[in-house]
Design a binder for this molecule. Structure first.
Ligand code: CA
Ligand code: CA
Length: 350
């Protein structure tokens, strides 16, 4: 067992709220492990029972919350994603009511995909958490497919994982594990974990991966960080309604950013693979896109010391706007900008 502070997946909720009792306390700069359930509350363990085996599952359960000592309202919580370990299998399910293609379906159908390659925990559907055993890929990575072309289908230069799923007998897909739900307690009333907003939440941004750093607002003492809804793989949009949904274990280092360094960060704010990103959610993609672009433009102004004209030009030349998801109660757009350009002007991320 690790002696790192671990919040087990018994500590889950479908609501992020400042009124929640902390599941754990840590100091500024500590490393913490969050054990997470999948978005179906780990209830689907068989393709034959797509409605799952729990009478009242929590939708999108998030593990936490973590109270970070010293975090006060107005600060920013810096969350470095050090590692994401996956359960030995992931699950996807069709929906007749949600997602872009919901009219294609009259009932729910589930598919379970064993995770192949170097899996941290090899568990088969139905195993109790942590009981070990289960699916092992007897033949290893070399069994992915018959030739290199199909083995690399879907791969990009940025894919960090050596793990993959075999989608069918032709197609192997390399994984790129990400965190779907991650947030602090919001201002005011609680927000359910199906919804993204200014506190983070169900952003479904597939750039929240191992090696990235997420900056979240502190709205209540301790910040109250929670996370869940891991996806082993997901494309921009999440159009079908789910990613490759999976339970797992996320290791993060949490630090408190204060003062001017905190005040200029347009949270939720992400640093990933050489790019910084604003992530905004609204009822329409148009509104979310405008919000994310304006937040980034204002950040570029301050970080590079530019006026509206030069910041606007830099945005048009260098920023990329992308859709995170279109299937949650609010839709989410991110705007990316190269960090190296800001560093040219002397800016350093806290
Ligand atoms: Ca989600
Ligand atoms: Ca999900």
């Amino acid at each position: 067992m690790s002696d790192i502070l671990t919040i087990t997946s018994e500590h889950v909720s479908g609501l992020l709220t400042k009124d929640a009792a902390p599941a754990a306390f840590c100091r500024d700069g500590d490393t913490v492990i969050f054990e997470t359930r999948d978005c179906y509350d780990d209830a689907i363990v068989s393709e034959e029972r797509p409605l799952g085996d729990k009478a009242d599952p929590i939708e999108n359960p998030a593990t936490g919350p973590l109270y970070v000592e010293g975090a006060e309202p107005g600060d920013v919580l810096k969350v470095e994603i050090l590692d994401i370990r996956l359960r030995g299998w992931g699950v996807m399910r069709s929906s007749p009511v949600c997602g872009v293609f919901h009219e294609d379906f009259t009932e729910r159908t589930a598919r379970i995909f064993p995770i192949r390659g170097e899996a941290d925990e090899d568990r088969k559907p139905g195993d109790a958490a942590g009981s070990g055993g289960g699916i092992r890929d007897d033949s290893g990575c070399t069994a992915a497919s018959g030739n290199d072309d199909t083995k690399r289908a879907g791969a990009s230069e940025n894919v960090a994982s050596a793990q993959y799923i075999q989608f069918d007998d032709r197609l192997a897909l390399p994984l790129d594990p990400m965190i779907g739900v991650i947030g602090t307690a919001p201002v005011g009333y609680g927000i359910t974990t199906d919804t993204p907003h200014r506190h983070g939440g169900n952003m479904d941004c597939h750039k929240i991966v191992k090696g990235s750093t997420l900056y979240l607002p502190v709205n209540t003492p301790g910040g109250l960080l929670s996370m869940g809804d891991l996806h082993a793989l997901m494309g921009d949009g999440e159009v079908f309604i789910c990613g490759l949904e999976i339970a797992g274990r996320v290791t993060v280092r949490v630090s408190v950013v204060k003062g001017d360094a905190a005040a200029m960060l347009p949270t939720p704010f992400l640093s990933c693979r050489g790019r910084v990103m604003t992530i905004q959610s609204a009822e329409t993609l148009d509104a979310a896109g405008d919000m994310a672009a304006k937040a980034m433009k204002n950040f570029v102004k301050k970080a590079a010391g530019k006026d509206n004209f030069e910041a606007g030009m830099l945005m048009s030349l260098l920023s990329d706007m992308a859709v995170c998801q279109v299937v949650d109660p609010l839709k989410t757009v991110r705007v990316e900008f190269p960090l190296a350009v800001l560093e040219t002007y002397g800016y350093r991320l806290p």
